[in-house]
Design a protein around this ligand. Structure first.
Ligand SMILES: [Zn+2]
Length: 495
């Protein structure tokens, strides 16, 4: 079936770059784009009227930790100084001998009571992504059962996904007095690696090829060199993309230097993981960062020469008092900057705005991190990170992953007069402006509605799940605090 979209504005693609069309047409047939231009002369079976609206390639979110992220709600404006702002140390490092409670991402493999919660986790994640115009996402290393639940909902709601259970050879725990300790469990890493390979072999190409596999050694400092070497070999053998947290955490940066006498980026290169299909999350503490005070760093050069990607999550990073230093030097070095939402909200337009503003400030240059560059990062950058040239763009032959964005600010004055829709979107847009989402040629959201998803019901379930997470905080908090002790309300709560 052929569908024509009549577009007020349209982002096309030619010679490796996005282009802009005014009052133009996009035609797709089956799951592929057939035509981008002023007027299509052939026959069509169906028409979508997006005149006055903005038609663009769907966004690619390269850093998703699934779930409703209730635990992250406790760490706005607070945190332990000795964690240097690293959020996962605050919300997922349990007191030794305990397990993070309430959050289904840490559920025991044999806990069958968690099935409903796993489904909620997956439905909330994918519905939120689609609502914000994200048509492809990369899950960053949740365990097998989380991936299985996501796989099912990917089938049901129709998004495109890179899935694969994460693996590591140990983890951080809270030792005596809350002291940060890294524990090693090589056997568990090997087991998880085998599960990851098995999962990917089984589900690669599932749901009409909307599911692809990705290898995720979770964090460079919690994986042994042997495990990461296995991952590098498997990635090469099977031509798989890889995602890993590295150069992202002050503890990791200095631990790796001390343990390996090289930087995290140098270690990734030595192991054979550094490539154009490597997604480094978040890569903001390379040793080129002046805050690290490392002499003669070549990290950005190494990353650039391999054309590897960073999944830059500007909102989450900024909430922790940090930023990418800096956008311009990464781009100049040839690093592919892709964007991710990481925590909440999963609003790629908000991410682009923050990437742009922080990029300008950190680069000391108003011409840095332009609207065009951050839009590229959210589309072409994401596609490059997983080695694809058929998504993140609208050109004949590319996948029909298309979003339609309203330019009226949901009938308010927020957008003001629109001259350049990319600049208007970055400066004034929000995720809710996305009205229609098409993935693989199928309409998956229309006028803000996702068939099979009741937002009110999902909100209610997520709120209840959040209350459970918060109420169980003391069970595992390394400092034995309740949620209210750890995270006081903004103003004294009176009842
Ligand atoms: Zn992450």
């Amino acid at each position: 079936m052929r569908t024509r979209i009549k577009c007020g504005w349209l982002v096309g693609h030619a010679n490796g770059h996005h282009t802009l069309w005014r009052n133009a047409e996009l035609v797709y047939e089956g799951n592929s784009v057939l035509f981008v231009g002023e007027r299509f002369e052939g026959q069509v079976d169906r028409e979508i009227d997006a005149s006055g609206k903005f038609v663009a390639p769907g966004f690619i979110d390269t850093h998703v930790h699934s779930g409703h992220r209730a635990s992250h709600r406790l760490i706005s404006d607070i945190g332990r100084g000795d964690y240097f702002g690293q959020p996962f140390l605050e919300i997922s490092v349990p007191r030794e001998g305990t397990r993070v409670g309430g959050d289904v991402r840490y559920v025991r493999p044999d806990d069958n009571a968690a099935t409903d919660e796993l489904t909620l986790n997956a439905r909330f994640t994918i519905a939120e992504l689609l609502r914000n115009g994200i048509t492809t996402f990369v899950e960053f290393g949740s365990q097998l059962r989380v991936q299985q639940a996501l796989l099912e909902v990917v089938g049901e709601l129709g998004i495109r996904a890179y899935l694969g259970p994460g693996f590591d050879s140990g983890r951080w725990v809270g030792g005596e007095g809350g002291k940060l300790v890294r524990v090693l469990n090589e056997a568990s890493g090997d087991r998880e690696f085998d599960l990851a390979i098995e999962f990917i072999e089984r589900y690669q190409g599932e749901h009409a090829d909307r599911v692809r596999g990705i290898l995720v050694p979770r964090e460079i400092e919690t994986c042994t060199v042997a495990l990461m070497t296995k991952a590098a070999e498997a990635a090469q053998e099977r031509n798989l993309p890889v995602a890993i947290h590295a150069a992202y955490n002050i503890h990791e940066v200095y631990d790796i230097i001390r343990e390996h006498q090289m930087t995290s980026i140098e270690l990734l290169q030595k192991i054979g993981l550094m490539s154009d299909k490597l997604n480094v999350g978040h890569g903001n503490f390379t040793c080129d960062n002046p805050l690290v005070n490392y002499s003669d760093s070549h990290d950005l050069d190494i990353m650039g020469s391999h054309r590897c990607s960073i999944s830059h999550c500007p909102v989450n990073v900024a909430r922790r008092g940090r930023f990418l230093d800096n956008w311009e030097s990464y781009r100049k070095a040839g690093v592919n900057v892709a964007l991710g939402t990481d925590t909440y909200p999963r609003d790629m337009i908000l991410q682009m705005r923050n990437a742009s503003y922080f990029g300008k400030v950190a680069s000391g240059n108003l011409k840095s991190a332009t609207a065009a560059q951050v839009f590229e990062a959210a589309t072409l950058g994401g596609a490059h990170s997983v080695g694809r040239d058929d998504i993140g763009r609208l050109a004949p032959g590319a996948k029909a992953d298309i979003i339609i964005i309203g330019l009226t600010g949901n009938d308010t004055l927020r957008m003001g007069p629109v001259r350049d829709p990319i600049k208007s979107l970055i400066d004034c847009g929000i995720g809710d402006d996305v009205e229609t989402v098409i993935v693989d040629g199928i309409v998956r959201m229309e006028n803000g509605n996702i068939p099979g998803i009741d937002f009110a019901e999902l909100r209610r379930q997520a709120q209840a799940a959040g209350e459970r997470v918060w109420s169980r905080w003391q069970e595992w908090d390394p400092n034995g605090r309740t949620a209210d002790e750890m995270s006081p309300y903004s103003f004294p709560k009176q009842n």
